[in-house]
Design a protein around this ligand. Structure first.
Ligand SMILES: [Zn+2]
Length: 275
């Protein structure tokens, strides 16, 4: 009986690490599920008048996966296409820790978010290069950006995290641009990753050739809205990836994208082509 209860509480006790890139339109929301079922969310998608990606997409997905609580929420930087859905998520899901990149976390700019964080007795813990988070099952999130003591612009201070599990690596890049990339390269960090979440929705301000070569990915994920007004992803970035024979997955075409690994091999699934 006891083991039955344990199994119910911990239905995903297997060896896989799963990363789901949700389709939230023009913005980022990424759910990480560790082998023993710990759940983490990286960014919360955009908000728009009367609705937001938290309510519309993230919460329904978490419910569908029987995820009751988030062990960690990472907010890569304080832009609305990354944190717009955060108040909805914090209201409806138990969040244990909140980590943040960027330094422009201003209560005046985000009064609702700060009010909910206070109500939930949560503090923003800033992360910077050199820190890492381990879940105790061989999964490590290594922080590569922002650099120590570096204060640049909002996007350039985005959290960049290398998700590590056995021989499997996945690079999460927020909206980091060429300046952050140059800093990370300069500090000689190990960037190699089979999968990269392309920075800033594929904007031409990031994903420099030097950086991509150092990462040496086999697959690239672009979280981007259909017919967005920024012209993301940039044709130059797509050409660069093509030239490096990197397989590209995009939420505007593929819907939600799931990458799963046993610590050796990645498998990528999509929700199927959208019209
Ligand atoms: Zn963005």
């Amino acid at each position: 009986m006891a083991s039955l209860i344990l199994n119910l509480l911990n239905p995903r006790n297997d060896i896989r690490l799963t990363v789901t890139f949700l389709d939230v339109g023009q913005g980022d929301a990424i759910v990480i599920r560790t082998p023993t079922g710990a759940a983490m969310l990286v960014d919360c998608g955009p908000a728009w008048e009367g609705d937001d990606a938290g309510r519309r997409t993230i919460i329904p997905f978490l419910r569908s996966q029987a995820i009751q609580k988030l062990d960690a929420l990472f907010m890569t930087h304080p832009d609305l296409d990354h944190i717009g859905g955060a108040p909805s998520v914090l209201r409806r899901v138990l969040v244990k820790r909140v980590f943040a990149g960027g330094d422009d976390w201003n209560e005046k700019k985000h009064p609702i978010l700060f009010r909910i964080l206070r109500e939930r007795r949560l503090k923003l813990t800033p992360l910077e290069r050199g820190k890492f988070i381990e879940t105790g099952e061989g999964v490590r999130l290594r922080v590569l950006n922002p650099g120590i003591g570096k204060k640049t612009t909002d996007n350039e201070d985005s959290l960049v995290i290398r998700l590590e599990y056995g021989n499997s690596f996945l690079l999460l890049t927020g909206d980091a641009g060429s300046e952050a990339e140059a800093n990370i390269l300069h500090d000689g960090e190990d960037l190699k990753a089979q999968i990269i979440k392309i920075a800033h929705h594929g904007s031409r301000f990031g994903s420099t050739e030097r950086f991509l070569k150092a990462v040496h990915p086999q697959a690239a994920i672009i979280l981007v809205g259909k017919r967005n007004r920024f012209g993301h992803p940039s044709p130059a970035v797509l050409e660069r990836l093509d030239g490096m024979h990197v397989r590209v997955f995009r939420t505007d075409r593929d819907g939600a994208i799931t990458a799963e690994t046993d610590g050796n091999v990645w498998r990528i699934r999509t929700m199927g082509a959208k019209r």
